[in-house]
Design a protein. Structure first.
Length: 361
């Protein structure tokens, strides 16, 4: 039976410590790149912004993947685990920077998306060439830089080389899945597909696995977990990751922009072919389905957004997605009863599951 720590879980303190790790790491990178001049400084500043804020769910799942197997032996191992958790947040920041550019998003967490910020800097300075191209180049390069840093932080986190090697194998799988899942998404959007099965496949590989299941696996690998632990964590992590993304899809259409930091109906404007949209198209009559289908991906007024929201609600898709979220959450919580999951980890993972699926942002 895995051991469990007696100290209570302090989520806020974990976030603070993680912020310290990421801030120190970016400081080190800034010092390394300082000789390259002001342009490099602007890139590092954008990287710092990209890793600031957020829910830190991936880091928390990595932490509790480790604690599912055992507790850190001492303060040094606790710090090594925290650095490894930070690597998941750098990976997430990389994915968001690239995702915002591919989706032509204007904002992220209430601030201009990276490509928009660099585009505006180019325009304000009246530099040569295309501001849009400059913004695109900056976003691609920043996303790549954050991806490189994620690998570096995990490799140098402080665990022995063989332990890090085991975690890196899961980390490699994570990166391969999320990048391929992103391409599946791009391809689905390009074809205008709205099949529920395809939308679920995109959801699973673009988001669900890398948000929950794989961070759990990275943590368990660092703890030297046995196969039973990984099986139990998959039983919990995959359905939770799917429920998490389904909630995100609902918020992308019905979320309060003052809370989400995104414009109202942002997913509709971006033309995202989510499970929610696929279900709505299947549940509407031909004329209404055509209206929804042809409206996706174009500029929409507030009234038009409200009309499309009404169509989706009347189709039964919103209620069906809520039903699926509930069923997937029940499935993931049931998996926590496995003997391979420490009792303390069960309680923390249960709380994380509810936070991930019942959120408003």
């Amino acid at each position: 039976m895995p051991s469990a720590a007696t100290a209570p879980w302090d989520e806020a303190a974990f976030r603070d410590r993680l912020h310290g790790v990421l801030d120190t790491f970016v400081d080190e990178q800034a010092a390394r790149l300082a000789p390259l001049g002001a342009d490099a400084g602007r890139l590092v500043a954008a990287a710092r912004d990209a890793v600031t804020g957020g829910k830190r769910l991936r880091a928390m799942f990595c932490h509790w993947g480790f604690r599912t197997v055992r507790v850190p032996r001492d303060a040094a191992e606790e710090q090594a685990l925290l650095r490894a958790c930070g690597a998941l947040e750098l990976l997430h920041a990389s994915a968001l920077v690239h995702d915002d550019y591919m989706d032509a998003s204007d904002t992220r967490r209430g601030r201009p998306a990276v490509h928009r910020a660099f585009e505006e800097a180019h325009r304000s300075a009246a530099w040569r060439g295309s501001p849009e191209q400059y913004g695109a180049a900056a976003a691609i390069l920043l996303g790549d830089l954050l991806l490189v840093w994620a690998d570096e932080l995990l490799r140098t986190c402080g665990f022995p080389t063989d332990v890090v090697g085991a975690a890196l194998r899961w980390f490699d799988t994570t990166r391969t899945e999320v990048i391929t899942g992103q391409f599946l998404d791009v391809s689905v959007q390009a074809r205008g597909d709205a099949d529920v099965e395809q939308a679920m496949r995109v959801l699973r590989y673009k988001s669900a696995k890398y948000s929950v299941e794989r961070p759990l696996h990275v943590g368990a690998a660092l703890a030297g977990g046995e196969p039973a632990a990984f099986t139990a964590l998959s039983g919990y992590g995959l359905p939770l990751g799917e429920a998490f993304q389904l909630r995100d899809d609902l918020l992308g259409v019905f979320g309060d922009s003052s809370v989400t930091g995104k414009p109202a109906g942002d997913d509709l404007v971006e033309g995202k072919r989510t499970v929610l949209v696929a279900l709505a198209l299947a549940g509407l009559d031909a004329d209404e389905a055509k209206l929804l289908d042809t409206s996706l991906g174009g500029p929409l007024s507030e009234d038009e957004v409200e009309r499309l929201r009404g169509l989706i609600e009347r189709s039964g898709a919103q209620a069906e997605v809520e039903r699926r979220i509930g069923a997937l959450t029940d499935e993931c919580l049931e998996a926590l009863s496995a003997p391979a999951v420490a009792v303390e980890a069960r309680e923390a993972l249960r709380s994380l599951a509810l936070a991930a699926t019942q959120r408003s942002v």
